[in-house]
Design a protein around this ligand. Structure first.
Ligand code: SF4
Ligand code: SF4
Ligand code: SF4
Length: 245
């Protein structure tokens, strides 16, 4: 029997789910290996007997918690899909400002109509078994991860810094060009795409599990920068980590 798979989302741009749809178009073999029973962006069926749940988006309001817990209770394996689900992502930028101000800014005089709270990754609410990082996820990495999971293999998510990939591409380091980059502490796997196109990494894949903080400090000191410069750079994707208590 094929494993039954479902996709879910909460508050998000749905770009990671779109990447899944896109990647499946060129990997039809994967569609033969699993049965997708729920995927709002792609099918109209709403099967509830799934074993594997991919969940996109952070949890942004208290009422979302109950739905996520139900998904967790049904799924044998729950996978956080993309930066928002994995580390809070761009939704958590709002955590940096007073919540009432944010609500008024977005909803104006209707602010009281919309419940919200500090955005958080799925792992802050339920146990997460695996994650596929990135904003959005990398289409080929998604396929690799799903295939490895179906074969019972270790998931091929790198746990070394972005600089490794950047050096392999023979890029000139942005710090040597007066730029800034979170590559020394960010999880590799995107092919160092931002530095390759001369844009500093903003850490959408999250930190490696054992970041070499001293090395990062040395790099900063060498270029006249401080840990505060790192924090300023982290706000795009790392605001949850910066503000959690
Ligand atoms: S990780 Fe990026 S692409 Fe995916 S849902 Fe969040 S904002 Fe959208
Ligand atoms: S540009 Fe960024 S990723 Fe590349 S070597 Fe420099 S710090 Fe590392
Ligand atoms: S270089 Fe950094 S910000 Fe750019 S895609 Fe990779 S992890 Fe994300």
């Amino acid at each position: 029997m094929k494993p039954k798979v479902a996709f879910f989302d909460f508050t998000s741009c749905e770009g990671c789910q779109l990447t899944v749809v896109d990647s499946l178009q060129t990997h039809l073999d994967l569609l033969d290996a699993v049965e997708i029973v729920q995927f709002r962006e792609a099918i109209s069926e709403r099967g509830e007997d799934y074993a594997i749940a991919f969940v996109e988006a952070p949890i942004s309001r208290e009422s979302d918690e109950e739905r996520l817990k139900k998904i967790r209770a049904q799924a044998s394996v729950l996978v956080a899909l993309g930066a928002c689900a994995h580390i809070g992502g761009v939704n958590a930028i709002k955590n940096l400002a007073p919540l009432d101000d944010v609500r008024k800014y977005v909803y104006g005089d209707k602010a009281q109509w919309y419940a919200t709270y500090a955005a958080r990754p799925l792992s802050a609410v339920v146990q997460v078994d695996a994650f596929i990082p990135g904003c959005p996820i990398d289409r080929e990495e998604f396929i690799r991860v799903v295939k490895a999971a179906l074969m019972g293999k270790k998931l091929p998510i790198p746990d070394y810094p972005m600089c490794v990939e950047c050096k392999l591409k023979e890029n000139v380091c942005l710090f040597h060009k007066g730029g800034f980059c979170l590559g020394p502490v960010t999880r590799a796997g995107c092919g160092a795409i931002c530095p390759t196109y001369s844009d500093g990494c903003e850490g959408c894949r999250g930190a490696v599990s054992n970041p070499n903080v001293n090395s990062m400090k040395d790099v900063l000191a060498e270029h006249g920068l401080t840990p505060d410069d790192v924090l300023a750079r982290m706000t795009m994707f790392g605001a949850y980590e910066m503000t959690k208590v």
